[in-house]
Design a protein around this ligand. Structure first.
Ligand code: NDP
Length: 309
């Protein structure tokens, strides 16, 4: 019997219990899945950082902590965590992000707001350019950034992607490292942020890098709030250097009611809903990682603790 502790907020248990049982059964795993165990009897922890478990020290038998979230900034520096940490790469989450990013890119590309908000009897016949004339840049070419890059390229957008290490992705202009950032930004009529929150990415969009964008660029941030220097973005919105920002994530969530983003005419706030781990597909990823652990194989999606993602 493999003892698996589900350590997330109690309301998540109701959505995950059945899919996890189904996935363990399908993987041929004999699992006792519970929200409570004597810590020294736990073999694996299914984990969300906003749940009650913060001290991993008593989990002396635990072979791996299997995260339900793609972002790990709230657990990666936990000094009590000595076990391998895997993050979530889930087909359902990725598909949700493809759809959210494509929708918001198309909104700005097609100028949809003009017609949604402009029902005033004016016959505005401005024809948008084709996607091939609207360069898009994505910062981050990981599980989500790459999928979104490929989706946008399939719609005809010239897509540039930027990452830490060099990449070769058919149909995408791939740049990397500090030297590549200026070029990646310089063509970005629409900029999508899909970087993790790490010390190296904090405030990556600041007064200097915002000035590298073409005037009137749109920014879409489903990555993490600390990627953006908020004061610098507000200043760039006020000068028109940035035409619009669609922000899904913030330094403080929920975004406080008095935050200037709410009232700004050129900011769209969405409440961290770009995409979410989907229990049905994510449970298969958890089961596969437990199968691997039991077979002595390496875990999928291990976090690089030094890099912080
Ligand atoms: P990955 O870890 O797969 O990808 C991260 C990408 O960022 C990689 O391409 C990596 O480069 C790049 N990167 C990291 N650090 C740097 C750096 N210092 N300079 C340049 N590039 C860097 O993550 P995912 O794609 O799965 O997820 C990305 C983020 O999306 C998550 O961390 C999370 O914050 C956010 N997210 C938001 C959701 C929402 O609903 N709003 C939902 C899910 C995730 P390299 O490839 O070289 O390693």
């Amino acid at each position: 019997m493999i003892n698996v502790l589900f350590a997330a907020r109690p309301e998540r248990w109701t959505t995950y219990e059945a899919p996890l049982h189904d996935a363990f059964r399908a993987a041929g795993l004999n699992v006792d899945l519970r929200t409570d165990f004597a810590p020294d009897s736990v073999d694996y922890i299914v984990y969300a950082p906003n749940g009650p478990l913060q001290n991993f020290t008593p989990y002396t038998r635990c072979k791996a902590v299997l995260g339900l979230w793609a972002g790990v900034e709230d657990v990666v520096t936990n000094p009590t965590l000595t076990q391998p940490l895997a993050r979530m790469v889930d087909h359902g989450l990725t598909q949700g992000m493809r759809e959210w990013v494509a929708g918001h890119v198309l909104r700005h590309h097609l100028g949809m707001d003009q017609h949604i908000h402009g029902q005033d009897g004016q016959w505005r016949s401005h024809i948008p350019p084709l996607a091939k004339n609207r360069p898009v840049t994505i910062l981050g070419l990981g599980a989500l950034g790459r999928a979104c890059a490929e989706t946008l390229a399939s719609l005809g957008f010239p897509v540039t992607g930027w990452s830490r290490s060099a990449k070769d992705i058919p149909g995408i202009t791939c740049l990397h490292g500090t030297d590549g950032l200026g070029s990646a930004l310089s063509t970005a009529q629409i900029l999508v942020l899909l970087l993790p929150n790490t010390p190296a990415t904090e405030n990556i969009l600041n007064a200097d890098t915002l000035a590298d964008l073409p005037k009137g660029a749109c920014i879409i941030n489903p990555g993490r709030g600390p990627l953006i220097d908020d004061d610098a973005l507000l200043a760039a919105l006020d000068t028109g250097q940035v035409a619009h920002a669609t922000l899904d994530v913030f330094r403080v969530e929920p975004l406080p009611p008095e935050h200037p983003y709410w009232a700004h005419p050129n900011v769209t706030v969405t409440p961290h809903i770009a995409s979410e781990t989907r229990p049905e597909t994510a449970s298969n990823v958890i089961a596969e990682n437990i199968r691997r652990g039991e077979a002595g194989e390496s875990f999928l999606h291990l976090v690089n603790r030094d890099a912080g993602y």
